[in-house]
Design a protein around this ligand. Structure first.
Ligand SMILES: [Zn+2]
Length: 218
């Protein structure tokens, strides 16, 4: 079985399946190759199961065909391709794209999602800030594909536009998470206490992102 091996000062051997579904072995400096090989052999079925799971979770690129479904706030909406010059991409309970603009579909969708993301995230940030007693200076929208949000020491909060595909509770959790970092610059117990106070159901939001994060893609 193929794997990448990293040695460090750690005491035990650990196996990790990365996002590409490949095996990474972390081992103590002194562990012999025979020992490592044996460890990997014993864990074979776990490795196979886990790597199949990760491969399945890789995003599937959208094809922009009629009837294809697109996520928006946790719901799936169908795409219709229409014969219309005037509107490029519209949303009205379903997405409608002009067939003349299909070659630009991915860019048009991203622009649409970005607009929605900026509007909603500003609104939710303001809503929670009033309760939490913090204020952001700048809010930016990024294209990060697994770092849903971040917060700098200069009170700049960043959110990925992909987040707008997730359910509202998940959006709110990420907002509360980043705003909490304005007071706690780490993931300490105090930090999670604050998150829990304003977002009592944060565990299920975290779980959702873990399970479905790969679907927040175009
Ligand atoms: Zn954090």
């Amino acid at each position: 079985m193929d794997y990448q091996l990293f040695r460090s000062n750690r005491r035990t051997i650990a196996l990790v399946i990365n996002r590409q579904g490949n095996l990474v072995v972390r081992a103590p400096k002194r562990a012999s190759l025979i020992e490592i090989e044996k460890f990997v052999r014993v864990k074979q079925s776990w490795i196979q199961e886990k790597s199949a799971q990760m491969r399945q979770r890789r995003p599937v690129a959208k094809a922009f065909v009629d009837g294809e479904k697109f996520l928006f706030l946790g719901q799936e909406y169908q795409l219709r391709i229409i014969d219309d010059y005037r509107s490029k991409l519209d949303f009205d309970g379903s997405f409608a794209i002009s067939k003349y603009f299909l070659p630009k579909a991915r860019r048009l969708f991203e622009e649409w999602y970005r607009r929605q993301a900026r509007e909603l995230l500003e609104r939710r940030a303001n809503f929670y800030e009033a309760q939490m007693g913090v204020v952001h200076r700048r809010l930016s929208i990024t294209a990060a594909s697994s770092r849903w949000g971040s917060c700098s020491s200069k009170a700049t909060v960043n959110f990925s536009w992909r987040l707008i595909m997730a359910p509202m509770e998940v959006v709110d959790y990420v907002v509360v998470h980043e705003l909490s970092h304005m007071l706690h610059h780490n993931h300490s117990g105090k930090f999670w206490l604050m998150v829990g106070r304003f977002c009592p159901d944060f565990r299920s939001a975290k779980f959702w992102l873990d399970r479905h994060g790969h679907r927040l893609a175009l």
